[in-house]
Every structure is written in C-alpha cells, then in structure tokens.
Design a protein around this ligand. Sequence first.
Ligand SMILES: *Cc1c(COP(=O)(O)O)cnc(C)c1O
Length: 452
Amino acid sequence: METVKYLLSEDRMPTAWYNIAADLPAPPPAVLHPGTGQPIGPADLAPLFPMALILQEVSTERQIEIPDEVQAIYRQWRPTPLYRARRLEKALDTPAKIYYKYEGVSPAGSHKPNTAVAQAYYNKQEGVKRLITETGAGQWGSSLSFAGALFGLEVLVYMVKVSYNQKPYRRALMEAYGARVVASPSTETNAGRMILAEHPDSTGSLGIAISEAVEVAAQDPDARYALGSVLNHVLLHQTVIGQEALAQLEMAGDYPDIVVGCTGGGSNFAGIAFPFIGAKLRGERDVRVVAVEPAACPSLTKGRYAYDFGDTAKMTPMVKMHTLGHDFVPSGIHAGGLRYHGMAPLVSHLLELGQFEATAAQQLETFAAGLQFARAEGILPAPEANHAVAGAMREALRCKEAGESKTILFNLCGHGHFDMQAYTDYQAGKLKDFEYSDEEVAMALAGLPSVG
Ligand SMILES: *Cc1c(COP(=O)(O)O)cnc(C)c1O
C-alpha cells in the first residue's frame, strides 16, 4: 500500500497550452474600459502587457504553441509527478482512489512559475526591461522574480504589508533572485499615498497592491505589468498541469470521476480542471469538478456575479466576475492565502454555465486536512493547497459512506515550507474559523460600479 508515482517522460510534455475559449458554448462577457464603460480592444491594454499576451487573452484557438525556450525552462521541473495517495486512502479507510498532481517541485515551490516563465519570455521578446507586479503571500512575487532573473529583466514587487512583515523569508527569496520588494500600501505611488492618508495603519490588500503596480507600470515605457492569476492568458499557461495529469492517469489506466482544486484567483484550479471540463464540453467524457475556497474570502460562494474593477483604485478594466467588491480587505486572522476579492472571469463564466460546483472551507478544517495529508504522504502542503486537500478528503469520506470506489484527482499546487508560522499557530491553537458574514458581503458589494 505504498504511494505510487506516475512520471511522464519529457518527450510527452505538452507542446501547446489548451485554450478553453475554443470549447465554450457561449463567449464570456466583454471587458470594459474603467473610464468609459465601453468594451476595450487590444490597443487599450498595450501600456500594461506585451502584445503576444494580449492576443492570447482574446484568442479562441484551441491550442496555443508553447515557445521552445519556454518548454526548455519548463523541463527543469516538468513534467511534474502525479501520485496515487495510497497511504492517505488507507488512513481515511476509503474505497476511493485519490490521485494528486504535485506542483511544489518548481523552483519557487508552486504552480506559478508555469505562467511567470511564459510572461517573462514574451516581455523580453518585445523589448521590455522591467516587470512590475504585486504579491500577497509571496508565491507570485518569488515566481516572477525567478523568471525575471532567467531572462535578465528587472522585477519590482509591491507586497501586501501584512505579508511583508509576517513572511520575511518569501521576501528574502525574491531579493535573492534580484528583485526589489516594497511594502504596500507605500508612499511611492498616488494610489498608496491615497490609501495611507485615509487609513495610516492599512495592512494592505491585493487590490491595493495591484493599483500601485499598475500605476507604476503604466507610467514607465520600458516597464510592463504582470499578473499571477485571474487573466485568461494566466489560466491558459497553467493548463500544462491538467494536460500532463490526463496523460499520467492514462498510464495508470484511470480517469477521474471528480477533479478538485483550490481557488484564489482561479489559475491553478483552471490549470488542473480546464482540460477535463473541455473534454466534457466537447461531449467526450463526463466529470464532476469541485472548487474549494476559504470561508473567509468566499468570492464564488457568496460574491455577486457582476462587473467590478480588478483593483482598489479602479485603474484596471472592469470584468464580469464573482466578486466581494474591490474594497474588500481580508480578515487579519485568516492564514490560508487565497485572499483576492474577485475570481477569474473565465472561471466565473463556467460556474454560471453550471460546469463545476463551488464550496467553501473553514481554515481549521483545511489545516487539519493538511497535517493529515503530511503525515500520510510526507509532503506539507501550502495553506492554499490545504483547501484542495480538504475538498478531496470530503469526497473520499463521502465515497466511504456510500461504499463507492470513485477516482478523485486534486491539484497539490504548492508546498508549505515558507508557511511554517501558520502551521505553528495552528498547532498552538491560535487560528480561528472566520466566516465572512452576509452583512459584510452586502456592505462590500454596495461599492460595485453600476454598468449599463
Ligand atoms: C497563488 C497561489 C494560489 C492561488 O492562486 P490561484 O490563481 O487561485 O491558483 C493557490 N495556491 C498556491 C500554492 C499559490 O501560490
């Protein structure tokens, strides 16, 4: 009953990203200009992103070729392993088969380098010198810093202040890769100064940090902005995960009945799930897909599907998504990451189309699940990944009750080696459950823009 590893040989690594836009029964709603409220075109995004990424953002081609140079870098850690969690199955005494795809083997320790490397490549191709971004817990900032170092690009990271103070080692990793890291809100930008004038003690949020990064990138002709989740091209780059998993499950002679992923902005969930949802949309193979989000930041389960800004200072285009409102600031006691106010428009659109189920989990359940997983499988998951572990365990226990031997696949999107303080706090009984109440949701949603 040992854990089994399915390794794909390098020559079977995907050579194209899978674009789910090609298989959608209805296109997602238009992206709107923040000032005029009118649909935007590629030229409107040119100050922020290289044209190759803007074209991927709007593409409806099913397969988009992965450049050779990007494939060569992917090969340092891809294909990532797929494991059958036999020891966890035994610990849960479940008849279900549990597989997990492990993205923690990348240099930054999560799935995020899959898009960071691609984004750095296209920016370098188009002559960009500097990438500006934001980071919450530090996973995205370290991934982009790593990718920037490979391509000789400067990287500037606005890091949410509460994490900047609580996660010095993530900051140190970004600096080790050569990036400059600034605590957000900062006094370096108009957006940051405005927030600080109103809330001098602000601990920051992803929405605020995005405002700062976008402001600086838009003013510097040699710089572009980079986002680690939410956008179509980011989700696209992550589909190497699900495509590899399909091939590895084929090696195992299996196909999942249930696919589980955790959702912050939606990119690792899309990465594991979109290739399977695509097969369902094309009528090839059915599957049940489950997204798990924190009860403390419940955009899919409690947010409204509405047009909203991607950032607090309302500088980004408006997109239709499940949102808690761009003013949302997560509770300080929530340790599990996944703190963005909105959800990827493509993921939101697929939820509206009934293509997957969304559930929420409390942080005590997720940390308990993460520790049980670590004790059975040896890998300590990132707190974000614990949501997927908890979701997979719920499904496995349901199979036990029903006496059903289903096949469950989940994405173990990163390891938790930089998150030991959260585990220490959990084991010391310092973490509490926190539900974002309906009243708070209503208050935050009151600030949504009104769109025609
Ligand atoms: C960033 C991150 C997430 C959340 O982002 P998604 O776009 O929802 O994937 C989840 N897990 C890990 C390990 C991360 O680094």
